[in-house]
Design a binder for this molecule. Structure first.
Ligand SMILES: Cc1cc2nc3c(=O)[nH]c(=O)nc-3n(C[C@H](O)[C@H](O)[C@H](O)COP(=O)(O)OP(=O)(O)OC[C@H]3O[C@@H](n4cnc5c(N)ncnc54)[C@H](O)[C@@H]3O)c2cc1C
Length: 410
């Protein structure tokens, strides 16, 4: 086990979100045994979905995926029928007051996927119940210095003994809290920026048309006290816009509006409608005309949270973090998962260097962790600055998004 079990270590990933699943792909491809534990009851336990843009990290992402997942990747796309051109692979930023295009962010090769669909594509490679174990909420871990193993203790009273643990358990990571022995320094922080998303199936081509006309993938709107986004979420029939689903998002400073009465559902949607006025078209009407019957639209409101990473004790290289568990950031410039892709590749490389090149466990995981902390801290801080610059036309031009688009910057 542990240092004595270098060739066939048992690796546990806590969290079967995008980061955990992708890292599991990379590890499996490199010949490692890996098991994922997730607190949810299954892949579809939570109904919430959202779109993500994969851009600069896409080549690395592809290199980690299995052949079958790679060939099924188009199933994860928001619009699998799209023909790509430089115009399609760019994102316009609209002046929230006048509707003029402030700038376009060019993203050659970018693909927009949905989280739920990508999870399904990636999870298909693993034996449900064995390789991915559901309803396993991690509560504590302990390192057994005699056997050199880590014991993971779950809320259902079961446990697992492994050699390595990668915490991919999201922004409020339990692994992170345990690594810091419950210290306040590990707590995720409220950002002061609220975030609402809605997924809308209008069953009406006339409501979808203005969204596609603005941009066939996604557009953002900035420079007012609300930042907005409009995009295409799902396309059932490429020739019939009435069978397309759209999504909108809104970001605002928490102190600018009253507290939302609900974080999801019709009440949350009514609150957004009541507090969103005078946005440039088509943003305003897409919000105003979102059906409130409870069946055609789902709406969620959150305060976005961040944690600027500081270094943690890896327990001799046995336990570390990746993805949102290591660097939860704001959605600006779509960097969160892309950095998780870099984490996944670096973690696989670190474990390979231990197994294949005899690098000491503690050293390999320390080098991995130092990079995650440095890169993550930079990206989290950048995302906070982007948010504060985005709500005033005077400052939008100073945003990284305006100056260097969605390119990698950390
Ligand atoms: C609207 C929106 C748009 C975004 N757009 C982009 C984009 O364009 N580009 C981009 O790169 N990023 C984007 N992001 C960020 C991206 O979605 C996240 O960085 C990424 O999904 C994080 O994945 P994760 O697996 O690290 O965490 P999560 O998705 O949070 O997964 C964590 C998993 O851990 C499990 N878990 C939690 N606690 C425990 C426990 N105690 N025990 C066991 N399991 C546990 C959870 O059930 C969950 O399955 C966006 C985010 C949002 C919300």
């Amino acid at each position: 086990m542990g240092e004595n079990n270098k060739n066939q270590p048992r690796i546990a990933i806590v969290g079967a979100g995008l980061t955990g699943l992708l890292t599991a792909h990379g590890l499996k491809k490199a010949g490692f045994d890996v098991v994922l534990f997730d607190k949810e009851a299954g892949l579809d336990a939570r109904p919430r979905d959202w779109p993500l843009m994969l851009h600069w990290a896409l080549p690395t992402f592809n290199s980690l995926l299995s052949e079958s997942a790679l060939s099924n990747f188009p199933k994860a796309l928001c619009n699998p029928y799209l023909e790509y051109t430089p115009e399609v692979e760019s994102m316009p930023c609209i002046n929230g007051k006048t509707g003029e295009v402030l700038f376009k962010s060019s993203m050659p090769g970018a693909r927009r996927i949905t989280r739920q669909r990508l999870r399904r594509v990636m999870a298909a490679d693993f034996d449900n119940g064995k390789d991915i174990q559901w309803s396993k909420r991690l509560e504590t871990f302990e390192v057994d210095e005699t056997t050199d193993a880590v014991r993971l203790n779950f809320a259902d009273g079961t446990n697992a003994e492994v050699d390595y643990v990668l915490g991919c358990d999201g922004a409020s990571s339990k692994v992170r809290q345990l690594l810091f022995n419950g210290d306040q320094v590990a707590q995720v922080q409220p950002s002061g920026f609220m975030f609402a998303t809605a997924i809308v199936r209008h069953d009406d081509a006339a409501m979808v048309e203005p969204v596609v006309k603005m941009h066939p993938v996604a557009a953002v709107m900035m420079g007012t006290e609300s930042v907005g986004g409009l995009s295409i979420m799902y396309v059932d029939d490429p020739n019939d816009l009435s069978r397309w689903t759209t999504t909108w998002m809104k970001i605002w400073r928490r102190e600018k509006f009253p507290e939302p009465p609900a974080t999801q559902g019709v009440e949350a949607l009514s609150y957004i409608k009541a507090t969103t006025k005078n946005l440039v078209e088509p943003f305003q009407s897409q919000i105003d005309l979102t059906p409130e019957d409870g069946t055609k639209a789902s709406c969620f409101i959150d305060e976005m949270r961040t944690w600027v990473p500081v270094s943690w004790d890896t327990r001799g290289g046995r336990i570390t973090l990746a993805g949102d568990a290591a660097h939860p950031m704001l959605v600006y410039r779509g960097q969160g998962f892309q950095h998780a892709v870099v984490d996944a590749k670096s973690y696989v490389d670190a474990l390979k260097s231990i197994r294949d090149d005899g690098v000491r466990r503690e050293e390999a995981v320390r080098v991995y962790t130092d990079d995650v902390v440095e890169r993550g801290a930079k990206a989290v801080t950048q995302s906070l600055r982007e948010a504060s610059l985005s709500m005033d036309l005077e400052s939008v031009g100073k945003m990284m998004m305006a100056k260097q688009g969605h390119a990698r910057a950390a």
